[in-house]
Design a binder for this molecule. Structure first.
Ligand SMILES: Cc1ncc(COP(=O)(O)O)c(C=O)c1O
Length: 505
């Protein structure tokens, strides 16, 4: 601890030390319970007599700002502020809101909008269909700990050094083979390892967008993608989904009239509907994009999690011109906490994306990349995906059966082919935001649909994520939701309550 002492001042040194510590305590820089330096040590560092420091500490103790424990030292006291702790007059606070960039202000407005939707998980007794994340109870934590130990032992020193920005070579080569299973032909050099799909969106936005540019975006869509593009100053224009995917005729028209800089969509396990783009629709989207030179950002985030006979076909597989940028992630098929994903892009663009990544964070953790690579190479990922897909498929089936059995007339929903969720549409006259408080009161939660629509459409829709709800609780959750809908229908009453915010994933 450095305490500036003015030895020419008429104020005694002990008093100067005391005043300095009082200010640190008052401003919360030394919090309750923090141990003050030993008197001997502080005296040595400040080049004062030990008794001088002891005197300052005694004054703090006398003022109730600190207390001494025999043999242990002197600690900052907890409890309410006393007069003696009041901070000295400080300069006017900085007006950070006025200093924010346009992008940061847009992001703040978006956050505010989502908070207004009251995305809620409720308490622990609540059955929450709100979180679109994998179930941590199914995580292969022990197996991952073992591969992590192995790579630290085998290549620890190299992996803990700075690494190439493009990614860990063996993982890029593994991914090239993995993507072939889905019909995507990519060389290891065309693959850039990123900190999750979310970083992929941001690098693409930074590389291809200028403020005011138009971005065509599927609707409904993943909230994080919407926020990412919007925060770069893009103007978002929707391409609505029908049962086969984003409508190619709408996309085509948009290309002709608005010259979008890119088009974002998810090809399989779509969040929030769980639907997949049908091959013919995909081909038409790629053809239109190629003709108008509008890059497609394909978020293929969990192509392995599908519940039908075979996986959907990524748009990238039908891309002869190199107009599709494909993004993938380990967040859904393994652990979101890894923050590990990848981008596939044509060579001239991948170079620019790599440069943007270098500026953003130099590279993704090589240690985690190597551990994931070993996990994949040992076929542990395949085994894990098979196991969790069976479990998520079971939950999906239970959810669909419960909806069929319990939902009142006028309610409809999508039947997910993949992913973690479905989108439910309420009867005319009800809105998801108004329903949420009633539902939470009855012990069930969901994400209101407007979180997935540009500027608040989709009021009658809500997302039910089944991935994190134990199979045994699904039917009861749907029963509660059906009751809430029936009650709201009998007595429609718009109301709002405060809920703890959770990120919409
Ligand atoms: C469709 C979609 N894309 C991307 C992401 C974010 O992925 P990551 O964790 O890889 O950043 C999510 C997270 O839920 C998502 O639902």
């Amino acid at each position: 601890m450095e305490i500036p002492l003015d030895r020419d001042k008429p104020v005694p040194l002990a008093r100067q030390i005391q005043a300095h510590l009082e200010r640190l305590i008052a401003e919360g820089l030394l919090g309750p319970g923090v141990k003050l330096p030993a008197t001997r040590e502080l005296a040595r560092r400040l080049r004062v007599n030990r008794a001088t420091v002891a005197l300052a500490y005694e004054e703090l103790i006398a003022a109730g700002l600190a207390h001494a424990h025999v043999g242990q030292g002197t600690f900052v006291a907890g409890g309410p502020m006393t007069g003696a702790m009041a901070a000295p007059a400080s300069p006017a606070p900085i007006d950070w809101a006025a200093l924010l960039s346009r992008g940061a202000r847009i992001a703040a407005a978006d956050e505010e909008r989502l908070r207004g939707l009251g995305t809620a998980n409720g308490g622990s007794a609540t059955i929450s269909f709100a979180g679109g994340m994998p179930d941590s109870a199914l995580f292969p934590t022990d197996a991952f700990r073992r591969v992590l130990n192995q790579v630290v032992r085998a290549e620890g020193a190299a992996l803990l050094q700075y690494s190439p920005v493009g990614g860990y070579g063996p993982l890029r080569r593994y991914l090239a083979g993995y993507l072939l299973r889905f019909g995507i032909e990519a060389r290891a050099e065309d693959i850039l390892i990123v900190n999750g799909a979310q970083q992929g969106f941001n690098l693409i936005a930074r590389t291809l967008l200028d403020p005011g540019d138009v971005v065509a975006i599927e609707q409904p869509t993943y909230t994080g993608a919407m926020q990412g593009f919007r925060a770069c100053g893009a103007r978002l224009l929707p391409v609505e989904w029908d049962a086969a995917g984003p409508r190619p005729d709408v996309f085509q028209r948009l290309c002709e009239r608005q010259a979008p800089k890119l088009f974002y969509c998810q090809s399989s396990g779509h969040n929030p509907t769980g639907l997949t783009i049908e091959p013919e629709t995909g081909r038409r989207l790629v053809t239109a994009a190629t003709r108008h030179q509008v890059p497609i950002v394909e978020d293929g985030f969990d192509g392995s999690l599908y519940y039908g006979a075979r996986a959907g076909t990524p748009l990238k597989a039908a891309d002869r011109a190199g107009i599709v940028i494909h993004i993938g992630t380990f967040s859904k098929i393994l652990f979101p906490g890894l923050r590990l994903g990848w981008l596939v892009a044509p060579p001239p663009l991948v170079e620019r994306l790599q440069a943007a990544k270098q500026l953003a964070d130099l590279h993704t953790s090589a240690l985690l990349q190597a551990a994931v690579h070993r996990f994949c190479e040992r076929r542990l990922l395949e085994r894990h995906v098979t196991r969790v897909t069976a479990e998520y498929a079971r939950r999906r089936t239970l959810l669909l059966a419960a909806l069929r059995r319990r939902m009142p007339e006028g309610v409809s929903w999508t039947e997910p082919h993949g992913g973690f969720s479905l989108l439910l549409t309420l009867p005319i006259g009800l809105t998801a935001t108004a329903l949420l408080p009633t539902a939470v009161e009855r012990g069930v939660a969901f994400t209101p649909g407007p979180a997935f629509f540009i500027d608040g459409g989709g009021e009658r829709t809500l997302r039910l994520a089944f991935s994190s709800v134990a199979a045994a609780r699904i039917d009861e959750g749907v029963r509660r939701l059906a009751e809430a809908i029936k009650a709201a229908r009998r007595q429609p009453r718009p109301r709002r309550t405060e809920h703890e915010m959770v990120p919409v994933v």
